[in-house]
Design a protein around this ligand. Sequence first.
Ligand code: NOJ
Length: 719
Amino acid sequence: MKDIKALISQMTIDEKVGQLIQLSADFFGTDTELTGPAQSWGLSKEQLSTIGSCIGGKDAATIRKMQEEHLRSDRNKIPMMFMTDVIHGYRTIYPIGLGLSCSFDPELAGECTEMAAKEASAGGIHLTFAPMIDLVRDSRWGRVMESCGEDPLLAAAFGEAQVKAYQGEDISSRDHIAACVKHFAAYGAAESGRDYNSVEISERTLRQFYLPTYKACIDAGVKMLMPSFNDLNGIPSTANPFLMKQVLKDEWHYDGAVISDWGAIRELTVHGVAADLREAARMAFEQGCHIEMCSQAYYRNLGDLVRDGVIPESELDAAVQKVLELKDELGLFDDPFHSADDERGRAMYLSPSHRALARRAAEESCVLLKNDGVLPFPTDLKRVAVVGPYADNKSVIGPWSCKGKVDEAVSIAEGIRELLPDVEVLSAHGCGYLFEDLDKSGFDEAIELAKSADAVVICVGEPAHYSGEANSRATLTLPGVQTELVNAINAVNPNSAVLIFGGRPLDLTAIYDSSRAMLEMWFPGSEGGRAAADLLFGKANPCGKLTMSFPKGVGQCPIYYNRMLSGRPNYKPDGVWQAFANGYLDCGSRPLFFFGEGLSYTSFEYESMTLDAHELTEDDKITVTVRLKNTGDRDGKEVVQLYMHDKVSSAVRPVQELLAFKKVFLKAGESADVQFEIKEPALRFWNAQNQLISEAGEFELFVGYADHRYICDEFTLVK
Ligand code: NOJ
């Protein structure tokens, strides 16, 4: 353990401020020259030597050089921390967050995250800006791709698993890195799905749905937190006393480090809540933001704010201590390189075992949305046609792919060729996938190919750069003329399956009727093509379930399964419009695909649900036993989802809420009992006075998926 206090006592105010500044890698030359960005900021070599952390860095060798140079020039010999966005893999890329959440398997997410931590650590990274655990309800928002969807319980389980897997028992170990939960809070509720937009949300809704995911990561011991860009009810998160002081510190007792999002402290002036950078620096610092990422408010003003007596030096010291303690926990004072080693990295990146894990994760993340007896395709075919803009396209790793390389990914056509070497696999791209790709001159080739094939795989979707940060959409249909392509191919060969790629739930209404099979691929990662081939030809059995509702039209957004119960609900099963009920004239009230929905090549029957008691007291539990049978002729996995509805309470409650879930594997013909325990805390909710309470009364319980009740029962909470 380093004597941090002694170290701080020797530091000047400016050196202390340096520890609270993060700059991008292009600021740091590895020789005696200052690089362009440092010059344009007017940073001297001495000032640069005090900087505490760096975002980015090419590889271990470069980061080592930067660290060496830094340690040579820093009078205090304090190593820099190197951070980056390792979101769904470092070099071996697994499915995007939204896809992986559809596995309903936090353990699998943990395995993938551990792999990413090992690779990133070898590459010189000490901390990742992950997990991103914002609850989302509106697929116009491009960042839904990073999230775990619309349910707080599921997202919290994934967040916890990821934090534990990144950090392990000891972040100084070479296989682990520190994690940073983001974006606190409710970034996913941006109005109209426009990135960086305002969030106007009641405290009750915030606490009920949006906050639990961050809290789960904090309870799991996450080392850092990032406030969100948005304003929450008028106050930007970066300087929001309700979020940063009341909730984070006073209620949750969060004791870790806080880093601003990129430029977010400067943006307090753009939001218009700070007159200038000095005021912005003071506001963010006072709300507990320790590190400023890539803007100049702290660097230009924090020292003077201390010298002028506006900020007590003891508070500056406390912030520096937080940063240095994290460096110490990472072991950087002993090994400033955290065992960074490109050679170790190269032995891991895309190694057979890492590829195998990415492939398994992709297989478990894809969701079979529709299957009219088409899939799986038999393997004794003569010719398979792979058509559409994703047929031969290796851009299946998706946005936020860190060091992942598109040319190291497997395309769909490649995956099928590899799986079926004796089958003729031909491809035609048919059309492009950009909004402006309206050229249909490739249709004829694709149609002729489809006609000549025994089976057709139609690969469509949105390009990677249509989702992720700043990539919101106001339409959700397949871009360009892809809808027409799908319908044209389906018309000439009914033995077709549509694969959909993208970072969000798209509006697939216009291809639904013509398509006999639809498989949601998301962005499946480096092994996407192999995973797709396995699923299409029955080597793997689809088991993913949706974690976001698929709207029937953009006008349904936001749409989510745990909506509040309307006084005029639309109960009609087909969701078509009813007079004076809660729906739309033109597309009813229901999504095209529901939260929790997803098909398999086998069939499951829920035979019974039994409760060992029908009354629950505050210090007791009810055990629910669900009897599940695989009634088909294939082995398969099913996600057993248990939902509840609070029948009468002092405030309106959701139509349904996921209470628990378990993913089970059953061999063909096999049955199993799946058990869940219900305890009183799971029934608590935030009432109109913003208190977390449970109320006595009856609860409905069902297994199934959103708006689909296979078996129901009820129990009573007695107080
Ligand atoms: C901005 C994004 O909002 C955040 O998620 C990310 O970690 C930082 N940039 C750093 O890349």
